[in-house]
Design a binder for this molecule. Structure first.
Ligand SMILES: Cc1ncc(COP(=O)(O)O)c(C=O)c1O
Length: 437
C-alpha cells in the first residue's frame, strides 16, 4: 500500500513499448499464438462492448440488440466455417478459453455430482487443472496412465473403464510431444462401456487437426472435441466445441445457457476472420509446424542441446522439451538468457517423464511468423548461443529482430485495406470519447 499507482501515460508508454518489442522478438511459447492484424480488428471496435445471444434470429429474442447488425458474422461466418474445417455437424463458439470449454464439457457430459469421470494422469500429459476442476463439480476422478509418458496402457484402461463405466472419458492431453492413439482408445472404451462418451480436448492440437495433419477425433470415433483457439490455431483467446451427435449437442446447448453469458462477441468475430484466413493456408501451415518442429529438434541436438525424446524423433507436434539441466544450465537460467536475446520460452516442472524442471518450446508461432528452413538454422544458432551465453545478448537480440516476417495469408486487397483503415479511423476518433464540444 502507499506505492505509486501508474498513470495513463505510463500505461500507454508500456503498451507502445511492448508493441514495438513484440515486432522485434520471437515467442516460442507453445500455448500462445499470434494472429493477423485484420483478425484483431473487431477487438478494438464497438462489437467488443456487445452481447449476442440470438443465434436463431428469433424476433422475440432480441432482448439485447447491440450485436444485431453484426449477427451474421457469427451465424454466417464463424459457425459454418468452424463446422466445415472441423468436419462437425454442430459447434459451439461460446466458451471463452480451453479451461472454460473443459468446464462446460465436464458439467454437460460428466453426469450429476457423484458420477465417475476418467481423465489422463499428468504422468501422460493430463492437464494440471482437470482433476481439481472435475472434483469441484462433484465428479469422482479416475486417471488413465501409460507404459511411458507418451502413450496409454489400453489393457489397463479397459479394466478401469469396465469397472466404473463412467459417463465420460475426458482426454486432456496438455504436455504432449506425440498425439495419443484416439481411435484405439475409443475402441477400448466402447468395448468396456458402450454408453460412455469420449471427448478429446484438442486445445494444444486444434490448428493441426483443422489443418488436417492430425486425425480429426470425430473420424476416430470420439463423441466430441474442442478447446482453446490460440495455441496451434492462430486465433483469438477463445474456446470451441464440436460434435456430430445431436444428443451431445443438446446437452452442451442446455448447459452453456447458464454457464456462459458473455461469450466475448468481438473475439468470436475475430475467430471467424481467423478461420477464413486459415481456410486458405491452414493445411500448408499445419504441415510446416510439424516439419519445423521436428527440424528444430534435430538442429538443437546437432548443436549439443539435450532434446527429450530424441530416440522417438523429438516430437510429432509443435512442442519440444529440452533438458538443459543435463547440459549444466538450469531451465530458468536458460529462459532468462533467451529473454535477453529476444526469445520467449517456458521453463516448468511437471513435464511427463522429466524429473525437475525443463525448457518447453513451440514452433507454432515462429512458423506462423513465416520462419522456414534458412531461418530455422539461424534461430538454432542464436538459441544455442543464448542458452550457453557464448555471445552478447544484445547481438543475439539484433539477429532475432532480423528474422524475416512473412505472412501466410494473402495480404488484404486494396479495397479490404481501405475498409480496415476506415474502421481504424473510427476507432481512433473514439480515443477522444467522450467527445469534447
Ligand atoms: C489440454 C488443455 N486443456 C485446457 C487448457 C487450458 O486452456 P486455456 O488456457 O485456453 O484456458 C490447456 C492449456 O494449456 C490444455 O493444454
Amino acid at each position: 500500500m502507499g506505492e505509486r499507482v501508474l498513470g495513463l501515460t505510463d500505461v500507454l508508454r508500456s503498451l507502445t513499448d511492448n508493441e514495438r518489442a513484440a515486432g522485434q522478438t520471437l515467442s516460442m511459447v507453445p500455448s500462445e499464438a499470434a494472429m493477423s492484424g485484420i483478425a484483431k480488428l473487431p477487438l478494438l471496435l464497438d462489437a467488443y462492448h456487445r452481447y449476442f445471444f440470438n443465434e436463431g434470429g428469433d424476433p422475440d429474442r432480441w432482448h439485447f440488440r447491440g450485436g444485431q447488425d453484426l449477427s451474421k458474422l457469427e451465424t454466417d461466418l464463424a459457425v459454418p466455417l468452424l463446422a466445415e474445417l472441423g468436419q462437425a455437424e454442430w459447434v459451439s463458439l461460446r466458451p471463452l478459453s480451453g479451461l472454460n470449454t473443459m468446464t462446460l464439457v465436464l458439467a454437460s457430459l460428466g453426469g450429476p455430482p457423484g458420477s465417475d469421470v476418467m481423465t489422463l494422469s499428468p504422468d501422460v500429459g493430463g492437464h494440471y487443472a482437470t482433476e481439481r476442476l472435475a472434483t469441484r463439480l462433484g465428479l469422482r476422478v479416475h486417471q488413465l496412465g501409460g507404459p511411458d509418458p507418451h502413450g496409454l496402457d489400453l489393457d489397463r484402461a479397459y479394466e478401469q473403464v469396465a469397472a466404473v463405466r463412467p459417463p465420460l472419458v475426458y482426454v486432456d492431453q496438455s504436455h504432449c510431444l506425440f498425439p495419443l492413439d484416439v481411435r484405439s482408445l475409443v475402441e477400448t472404451v466402447r468395448r468396456a462401456s458402450p454408453a460412455t462418451r469420449v471427448h478429446v480436448d484438442t486445445s494444444q492440437w486444434l490448428g493441426l487437426v483443422l489443418g488436417g495433419v492430425f486425425d480429426n477425433p470425430l473420424d476416430c470415433g470420439a463423441d466430441s472435441y474442442g478447446g482453446s483457439t490460440h495455441k496451434t490455431f492462430p486465433g483469438p483467446q477463445k474456446g470451441v466445441f464440436l460434435t456430430r451427435d445431436p444428443q451431445v449437442a443438446k446437452q452442451i446447448e442446455e448447459t452453456q445457457e447458464y454457464l456462459i453469458s458473455s461469450h466475448h462477441f468481438a473475439a468470436t468475430i475475430s475467430l471467424g476472420i481467423a478461420l477464413l484466413e486459415f481456410r486458405q493456408f491452414g493445411a500448408e501451415y499445419a504441415r510446416a509446424v510439424v516439419d519445423n518442429t521436428h527440424r528444430f529438434g534435430a538442429l538443437l541436438a546437432e548443436r549439443g542441446i539435450t532434446v527429450i525424446a530424441q530416440d522417438r524423433g523429438f516430437s510429432a507436434g509443435h512442442q519440444l522439451w529440452l533438458d538443459t539441466d543435463a547440459d549444466s544450465i538450469a531451465p530458468q537460467v536458460a529462459s532468462d538468457r533467451l529473454f535477453q536475446a529476444g526469445i520467449r520460452i517456458n521453463f516448468m516442472a511437471g513435464l511427463p517423464g522429466v524429473t525437475g524442471q525443463a525448457v518447453r518450446i513451440g514452433l507454432n508461432e515462429p512458423t506462423y511468423r513465416g520462419l522456414a528452413e534458412p531461418e530455422l538454422v539461424e534461430l538454432a544458432d542464436v538459441f544455442v548461443a543464448g542458452v550457453r551465453a557464448t555471445e552478447r545478448p544484445e547481438n543475439l537480440a539484433a539477429r532475432v529482430a532480423q528474422l524475416p516476417r512473412r505472412a501466410w495469408r494473402r495480404g488484404p486487397t486494396d479495397s479490404e485495406s481501405a475498409l480496415a483503415r476506415q474502421a481504424l479511423a473510427l476507432c481512433a476518433a473514439s480515443l477522444a470519447y467522450p467527445a469534447s464540444e
